[in-house]
Design a protein around this ligand. Sequence first.
Ligand SMILES: Nc1ncnc2c1ncn2[C@@H]1O[C@H](COP(=O)(O)OP(=O)(O)OP(=O)(O)O)[C@@H](O)[C@H]1O
Ligand SMILES: [Mg+2]
Length: 411
Amino acid sequence: MMTKAQPVVLSIDDDQFVRESLANFLEDFGFAVLQARDGEEGLEVFAANRPDMVLVDLRMPRMDGLQVLARVREISPETPIMVVSGAGDIRDVVEALRRGAWDYLIKPIQDMNILLHSVQSCLDRARLLRQNREYQQSLEESLDKLHRTQKEMIHSAKMAALGDLVAGVAHEVNTPIGVCVTASSFLAERTRQLRDLYEKGEMKRSDLEKYLTLAEESSASVLTNLERAAELVQSFKKVAADQSSEEKRSFELKSYLEQILVSLRPQFKRTPHTVHMDCPEGLTLDSYPGAIMQIITNLIMNSLIHGFADGLPGEIFIKVEPVGDAVALSYRDTGVGMDKEQRDRIYDPFYTTKRGSGGTGLGMNIVYNLVTQTLKGTILLETSPGQGAIFLLTLPRDPELPAGPTAPDDA
Ligand SMILES: Nc1ncnc2c1ncn2[C@@H]1O[C@H](COP(=O)(O)OP(=O)(O)OP(=O)(O)O)[C@@H](O)[C@H]1O
Ligand SMILES: [Mg+2]
């Protein structure tokens, strides 16, 4: 009876004595042995039974061993084949090995233990190959899955950043709108009082004068605050659109960086931390503002979350200088800095020292990809514990142009 665990060997040989002695011997060691008298029959038995291994004679009538070898390898490249040949056919043995036979035995077989050993080691090797392939396949599948998850997480990290931005907008715009509501309800109240006096014929000249002053002040305050709100909405609209789109456009860097800082203002409220920016005016880039927005936002959020210790005022310095066809942007914080492990792994996806308290570890991975891929620039980190962090970015003014000579030599 052939159970699944019992290895099945097919022996193809025109010599009945050889076939039978091989079969008897191998069966004693727990193998199931199928027999075929020539190549053609061998292939039929092979196709019908898919044995775990084939032993094939090289010299046979009708179809020789090399042909059988070629066919079996076509049908099932992973099935081990061992050639069994007469002592005079060494050239053929070499040829068979060249064409993919796994091993060979010379007839007459002097020591059956050699046969057993060869068969077992062929089967072991086949099993290892199969396991290896299965392992590799499942590895590739997990890797694929990981890449997909990573993409999804990066997308949701972007969406979360956008959500933060929207919350920030609501918060910032709330103040001027609140002032407008107060001022206009105050004005309405005073208008009602004045009308009362007027209708009763009790209105004095001084009442009207007071009212006019108040009306002037209130409407001025409403106007200023509505203008402020409109301005905020305008700049948020731009930044939000840039953040969600990957569009390339020409923009003035300084005012753009200022807009980004305005949009991050809510994050600094109720903290003692400050940002200093030093950027020459009139420096235009033809690049991806959304990417720059995301980079600066991530760097600043990291300084706030990881860099600055509770209570102590921290400082951030952003300095921009033109360097040939590029700009050098240095970002420095006066926070706790990073040790070697953090420094080496900061750009790894999912590396975070704040797992469990909101960190996904994707922030700096996104930054790295945006700098090097979208903006075609470079990023360097200098840091050590207690020394704060400095990120040095070089960003081409136009990522699509080939990098030119960087010597600023315009006489
Ligand atoms: N300015 C900094 N000062 C000190 N450590 C930092 C600073 N920036 C980054 N790090 C360290 O690098 C790690 C990785 O940063 P990254 O922005 O990739 O992830 P995260 O901030 O932990 O999570 P996420 O940004 O996805 O919410 C942080 O967990 C922190 O240990
Ligand atoms: Mg982060």
